[in-house]
Design a protein around this ligand. Structure first.
Ligand code: ASP
Length: 344
């Protein structure tokens, strides 16, 4: 049977073309994809498309889209070898992270891609990104895809979705994964880094998704001059359940009472605090310096080398899935989908 790949279009720059009459950028009609990207006719697999009812600039992303995307993937899971999701670059790392946690026993490629220039522009990066994403989504034998996980393809690299971050607003190499190697490099051939790719799920059960996400979370970035009143305002948000605390270096934060008392007060109110570093690369190592020891003692959880995007989505997922604080802590400490490097 011929392999097939489903393109799911959510919006973003990649799908934009100039309206021939008005010249204004407008969303692309996927029924005409082979006119816009004729190269894809050469693939020996079938390509279908699914356009979401509401196309968005990804700055308008909400967790609702993640639920919709999981539904579309699960509804079509049997028919397709892999999926390519066209998405705006601005929040792509959040969506790829969220889907990596929500989809369970996935076993198929889900490749997010987008572009810096619309597909209808002469120098677009969108065509190459789309073509490479399609090739990778179809790679492997039926039932044995080469990359059975949620990824981001951009420029000449394929990254694990929950390890990637947008680092450049203009360059065609807009994404980077500082703490995990690329899953593939795209040159004359696609060179897969097979040791870095997650294995196929062992369970014979079909894939499923956890749809429940708890968005009662906040990101608090530590900065010189962060006032106790700002912290108080955040921790007293009614119903707040989790804080991603973006700290300095290897997880360090102020030691004065104005800061630490608020951290302790938040923890005492049952708010879970996950410590991630503001640095692009490297890991939180709480207890290494005096300035992180108190966080550790108070019960702040180390996010190790997780990205802020993945930490936020993991927190929403874990808070939506678990009820007891012990279970929440265990899950946040665990490597669920390759998003953190476990201790050796
Ligand atoms: N603002 C756009 C979006 O994220 C940018 C892009 O597509 O790259 O939807």
């Amino acid at each position: 049977m011929k392999k097939s790949v489903l393109i799911i279009y959510t919006g973003g720059t990649i799908g934009m073309v100039n309206d021939p009459e008005t010249g204004i950028l407008c969303p692309f009609n996927f029924d005409q994809i082979t006119l816009e990207v004729p190269e894809i006719r050469e693939f020996d697999f079938k390509i279908d498309h699914y356009t979401l009812p509401e196309l968005i600039d990804s700055s308008n992303l909400s967790p609702r889209l993640w639920v919709d995307l999981c539904r579309v993937i699960l509804e079509h899971h049997e028919q397709y070898h892999g999926f390519v999701i066209l998405h705006g670059t601005d929040t792509m790392a959040y969506s790829a992270s969220a889907l990596s946690f929500m989809l369970d026993r996935l076993g198929k490629p889900v490749i997010f891609t987008g572009s810096q220039l619309p597909i209808g522009k002469i120098r677009t990066d969108g065509k190459e990104n789309l073509i490479a994403a399609l090739e990778i989504a179809a790679a492997g034998d039926p039932g044995h895809p080469i990359v059975p996980e949620v990824c981001i393809l951009f420029g000449d690299r394929l990254f694990r979705g929950n390890r990637a971050t947008k680092i450049n607003a203009e360059s065609f190499d807009a994404f980077q994964s500082f703490n995990y190697p690329p899953l593939a490099e795209i040159g004359i051939r696609v060179h897969y880094n097979r040791d870095a790719i997650l294995p196929l799920p062992r369970s014979p059960l079909p894939p499923t998704a956890f749809y429940n996400l708890d968005a009662r979370v906040a990101i608090l970035k530590v900065f010189p001059g962060l006032g106790a009143d700002v912290m108080e305002a955040i921790i007293s948000v009614p119903g707040l359940r989790g804080i991603i605390l973006e700290t300095y270096g290897s997880g360090n934060a102020p030691t004065h009472p104005g800061f630490l008392d608020n951290i302790r007060a938040a923890l005492a109110r049952g708010i879970v605090i996950y410590n991630v570093t503001q640095c692009a690369g490297g890991s939180v190592a709480m207890g290494q310096y005096e300035t992180s020891r108190e966080l550790l003692r108070s019960g702040v959880i180390s996010g190790r080398d997780i990205t802020t995007e993945a930490a936020l989505c993991k927190m929403m997922h874990v808070l939506g899935k678990c009820t007891s604080i012990g279970e929440i802590r265990t899950q946040l400490n665990s490597n669920l989908r390759g998003e953190i490097t476990p201790d050796k």
